[in-house]
Design a protein around this ligand. Structure first.
Ligand code: FAD
Length: 394
C-alpha cells in the first residue's frame, strides 16, 4: 500500500506538518482534514486586526488555496473526523467515509473554555476562537455599545482594546487581583491595568461573577458582591481547553492534553500529535507543559514531520509568545512560572521596558514591552545558555 498520512485539524500545526512533510520529500498521500469552512489560517489576528476590520478573512490564510493543490496536499475543509480506529488504521469522517492511514497526526487545537454560569446560553454571550466567532462578535458590536469581558487574559484584554478603539463602553471583569496573573509578574500586570484604565476600560479586579442577566438577550453581568455590570454583549474569555476527546476515545494517553514524546509521538507509535492539543515533558522546565502559541504549533509540527521522515528530533523549545493591545506590543520569551526574582529594566511610564525573571540566579524568561530587540536578545540568551548580562531595552 502507498504510504498515506492523515492529519486531523487544518490549523496552524496541521498545515505546517503537511508542508514540512512535502518539503522533506515525503512522496505518499497527505490528507489534511479541517472542520472549519476555511483553508488553514492564523488565529492571532482574530482578536486584533481581524476584529478591528484592518484585515479580511483571506488576509489570515497561511497559504493561498492553490498552494495545497500544487503541493499535492489533499486539503478537505468542512469535514470533521469523528472516530479513529487504531486497529484498522482508519479515520471515520462526518461524511461517513473512512480514510486509511499509515501514520496519523492529530492537530485538533483547543476550544474556548465554557463557564457553567446561569445565563451563559443567552443570545449576546460570546466566545472567541474562530473566524466564525469574530464575524459574530463584529456584527454584535456594530449593533450594541456596551461590552462586558469576563477574564483579563490575553484574548479578553485584546478584545477590550479593539472595542475601546471602536468607541464601545467596555468593562473587564477578573476574578484574580491582577490582570494576566497566570503568565506575568505584578510589574507587567500593573502596566496593563494602567494602560486599559487610561484608555477608558472599567476594570473590575477581585470580581467573581454570579450570573449573566437577561431574558430574551443579555442585559448585564451580576457580580458576586451583588452589583450589576450593564452590558448588551458578554465575551467569555477564561482560557482554552485542548480538543482531546477523539484521542481519548481511541484509547491514546491523554492527561490535560494528548501526551506526546520529544518527537510528537503519542502512546501509539503510528499516531503523532502537535500544537495546542498536546502535552509533553520539557527537560528545560522539568515538568510537563502544554503550550498555546504559534511558536509551538509551528516548531512541534516541524518536529513531527522530521520524526516521520526518519530524522532524529528532540523537541524541547524555548516558548515565545506576543500580545498586541492598543499601541503596545508585549513579547514573552520563556516561561516565568517558578521565578524567585525579577529585574525591571527601562521605564514602564514610557511604555518601553522589560522584566527579566530569574530562578536560582538563572535567567528563565523575559517579558518585553515595546522593546523588540530585548525580546530577540532574550530568546537567544535564554535559548543558548540561560545566563547573560542584562542590557538596557532597545
Ligand atoms: C483569538 C486568539 C488570539 C491568539 N493570539 C496569539 C498570539 O498573539 N500569539 C501566539 O503565539 N498565539 C496566539 N494564539 C494561539 C494560537 O493561535 C494557537 O496556539 C495556534 O493556532 C495553535 O495551532 P493548532 O494547529 O494547534 O490549533 P488550531 O489553530 O486551533 O487548529 C486546530 C484546527 O483543528 C480543527 N479540528 C478540531 N477537531 C477536529 C476534528 N475532529 N476534525 C477536523 N478538524 C478538527 C479546529 O476546528 C481547528 O480548525 C491566539 C489564539 C486565539 C484564538
Amino acid at each position: 500500500m502507498q504510504e498515506s498520512i492523515v492529519i486531523i485539524g487544518a490549523g496552524q500545526a496541521g498545515a505546517q506538518v503537511a508542508q514540512s512533510l512535502r518539503q522533506g520529500g515525503f512522496a505518499g498521500a497527505i490528507h489534511l482534514l479541517g472542520d472549519e469552512p476555511h483553508p488553514p489560517y492564523q488565529r492571532p489576528p482574530l482578536s486584533k486586526k481581524f476584529l478591528s476590520g484592518e484585515t479580511d478573512a483571506e488576509g489570515l490564510w497561511l497559504r493561498p488555496a492553490a498552494f495545497y493543490e500544487t503541493q499535492d496536499i489533499g486539503l478537505r475543509t468542512g469535514v470533521q473526523a469523528t472516530a479513529i480506529d487504531r486497529t484498522g488504521k482508519t479515520v471515520v469522517l462526518s461524511s461517513g467515509e473512512e480514510l486509511a492511514y499509515s501514520k496519523l497526526i492529530i492537530a485538533t487545537g483547543t476550544r474556548a473554555r465554557a463557564v457553567p454560569l446561569p445565563g451563559s446560553n443567552l443570545p449576546g454571550v460570546l466566545s472567541l476562537r474562530s473566524i466564525a466567532d469574530v464575524d459574530h462578535i463584529r456584527k454584535a458590536l456594530s449593533a450594541h455599545s456596551r461590552l462586558a469581558v469576563i477574564g483579563a487574559g490575553y484574548i479578553g484584554l485584546e478584545v477590550a482594546a479593539v472595542a475601546r478603539a471602536m468607541g464601545k463602553a467596555v468593562t473587564v471583569i477578573e476574578a484574580q487581583d491582577r490582570v494576566l496573573k497566570r503568565v506575568v509578574s505584578p510589574v507587567i500586570s500593573a502596566f496593563y491595568e494602567g494602560l486599559h484604565r487610561e484608555q477608558g476600560v472599567d476594570l473590575r479586579l477581585n470580581a467573581g461573577v454570579a450570573r449573566i442577566e437577561g431574558e430574551a438577550a443579555v442585559t448585564g453581568v451580576r457580580l458576586a458582591d451583588g452589583s450589576l455590570v450593564e452590558a448588551d454583549l458578554v465575551l467569555i474569555a477564561v482560557g482554552a481547553m485542548p480538543n482531546t476527546e477523539l484521542a481519548a476515545a481511541a484509547g491514546l494517553d491523554v492527561e490535560g492534553g494528548i501526551l506526546v514524546d520529544a518527537s510528537g509521538r503519542t502512546s501509539d507509535p503510528d499516531v503523532y500529535a502537535c500544537g495546542d492539543c498536546t502535552r509533553f515533558r520539557s527537560a528545560r522546565y522539568g515538568r510537563d507543559v502544554r503550550l498555546e502559541s504559534v511558536q509551538n504549533a509551528i516548531d512541534q509540527a516541524k518536529a513531527v514531520a522530521q520524526a516521520i521522515l526518519g530524522q532524529p528530533v528532540d523537541y524541547d523549545p524555548l516558548p515565545w509568545f506576543w500580545s498586541d493591545q492598543y499601541h503596545v506590543k508585549l513579547q514573552i520569551a520563556g516561561l516565568s512560572e517558578g521565578y524567585d526574582q525579577t529585574i525591571t529594566v527601562g521605564e514602564p511610564a514610557e511604555a518601553k521596558f522589560y522584566v527579566a525573571y530569574l530562578k536560582d540566579g538563572r535567567l528563565i524568561a523575559v517579558d518585553s514591552v515595546n522593546a523588540p530587540r530585548s525580546h530577540m536578545m532574550a530568546r537567544r540568551t535564554i535559548g543558548e545558555a540561560w545566563r547573560e548580562d542584562l542590557l538596557p531595552p532597545a
